[in-house]
Design a protein around this ligand. Structure first.
Ligand code: FRU
Length: 474
């Protein structure tokens, strides 16, 4: 039966077989959320890039479709976005109510931006005959156009990754593009190239305000090594992005884990949702899974939160399961040397509500398999960090894989911890998603136990809920 192989995620999107990487063309249209993605339809390595396609009505259960965009004389099809051209600004549709337009990079002799349109809800695409719409400008890395409508300046805005900076372009019709501005050369990091940008306008929690956020994926030099996503908060005036952060400020990471990359948002939705590729370019080509190679993260709802006058991203995972089974435990007291154990599912979720007043300095949660492999999450309040240990199971396939993966607590007490385990991944959300860490694991056995421990002081937990989730593939 399909989707039953060892390590096959049950709660995350994976293709039936072969390679995928970045999410592309995320757009909501006529009742469907579209998820296109970088795809090699013929093998499990990064080559011959197409756009694959899946759809969902709830951002959790996915149906895989065929190839949406295939290579042509201009090159293979690299990452990009899609929008609803509802007023037919492009003039590409016979119908006045328009349709979907995809904006993507052709990777050939050079990288150039092209478009295609679909009149049948994204199932088939016609490439624009005047492609490319932005020819190459001699910049080697010139890719990943993310387009959205900017109401104030009444134009389409494109953000484009250009090696060591982001370029902004504007257009009335998705075909004729004007260069507007550049951002980022003086900002770190430039050890790897910048990729897959996004420009978001997000609500600030507990206020009626919205603020602009510029997302950048960097191919190397992430907080725990390799690829990672970071962001700037600021303002956008229809021409330029003005960041709040200074180049010498610490980088704000969207996810401090090792396996969340190339994340971008859905267009044409009221709230903002995004999804990332759950892998890292350090070892993406050799992760020990077959016949598919790699998964998307869960979809996350995005907002901003003010901590000490500074704005941080908050991400809450979307799980829509009507058959979940929950077990809850209240008022648990954990002393040092008396860890408590709970039965959990290897496709499930655990939620802990910590009683703030007695939160311990050092405590943690271990996830244990039936072969006694341990994956642990340890909180160190004095250091203001938490660490995920991924040092057991299959780790030999890459020297960059085994890691102690650190994240920041942003000076906050942990009140809430959510962990989603899906056979070969662990996604950690602290304080309702103010700090997130996404990591792959490849246990030989099956995770079945959770142990909560503390090092010195007692830990009081108001509530523990262990939820077993149904496979999305049933
Ligand atoms: C990011 C990336 C993009 C590029 C695509 C190619 O992971 O390198 O910059 O468009 O993957 O598959």
């Amino acid at each position: 039966m399909l989707y039953q192989e060892k390590h096959r995620p049950q709660l995350h999107f994976t293709p039936k077989e072969n390679w995928i990487n970045d999410p592309n063309g995320l757009v909501y249209y006529e009742g469907e959320y579209h998820l296109f993605y970088q795809r090699n339809p013929h093998a499990s390595d990064h080559a011959d890039m197409h756009w694959g396609h899946a759809t969902s009505t709830d951002l959790y259960h996915w149906e895989e479709h065929g190839i949406a965009l295939a290579p042509d004389e201009l090159g293979t099809i690299f990452s990009g976005s899609a929008v609803v051209d509802k007023d037919n600004t492009s003039g590409l549709f016979e119908n006045v109510s328009g349709g979907l337009v995809a904006i993507f990079t052709h990777d050939g002799k050079s990288q150039q931006q092209s478009i295609a349109y679909s009149e049948d809800k994204g199932r088939t695409w016609i490439k624009y005959e005047g492609n490319p719409v932005i020819p190459n400008t001699k910049i080697k890395d010139f890719r990943d156009p993310k387009v959205s409508w900017h109401e104030d300046s009444k134009q389409w805005i494109m953000v484009l990754a250009c090696g060591d900076h982001i370029q902004f372009y504007g257009s009335p019709n998705l075909i004729d593009w004007t260069y507007l501005s550049s951002f980022g050369k003086e900002y770190p990091s430039h050890i790897g190239v910048w990729e897959c940008p996004d420009l978001l306008y997000l609500p600030v929690e507990n206020s009626s305000k919205k603020e602009w956020v510029l997302i950048v994926s960097i191919n190397a030099d992430g907080p725990n090594g390799g690829s990672a996503v970071y962001y700037f908060t600021g303002s956008f005036d229809g021409k330029e992005f003005h960041p709040n952060e200074k180049p010498e400020d610490a980088l704000k990471w969207a996810d401090t884990g090792k396996d969340f990359y190339a994340a971008v948002s859905w267009d044409n939705t009221e709230d903002t949702y995004w999804i990332g590729w759950m892998n890292n370019w350090q070892y993406a080509g050799v992760v020990p899974v077959s016949p598919w190679r790699s998964a998307m993260s869960l979809v996350r709802k995005m907002s901003l939160n003010k901590i000490g006058g500074d704005l941080f991203l908050k991400q809450e995972p979307i799980i829509t399961d009507n058959n979940k089974e929950e077990k809850s435990y209240q008022n648990i007291d954990i002393q040092n040397d008396t860890a408590k154990s709970y039965e959990i599912s290897d496709t499930g979720q655990v939620d802990l509500q910590i009683s703030k007043a007695s939160a311990s300095m050092e405590w943690g949660v271990k996830f244990v398999t039936d072969q006694d492999e341990v994956f642990s999450l340890e909180v160190n309040k004095a250091e203001d960090t938490y660490t995920f240990y991924r040092t057991e199971g299959l780790i030999d396939f890459s020297e960059d894989f085994p890691e102690k993966i650190k994240g920041s607590l942003h000076g906050l007490d942990i009140q809430e911890l959510k962990v989603i385990i899906d056979r070969s991944s662990v996604e950690v959300f602290l304080n309702n998603g103010l700090s997130v860490s996404t990591n792959l694991i490849y246990p030989e056995g099956t995770v079945g136990q959770m142990e909560i421990f503390t090092v010195d002081e007692a830990l009081q937990i108001e509530n523990i809920t262990c939820t077993s989730l149904d496979s999305i593939w049933k």
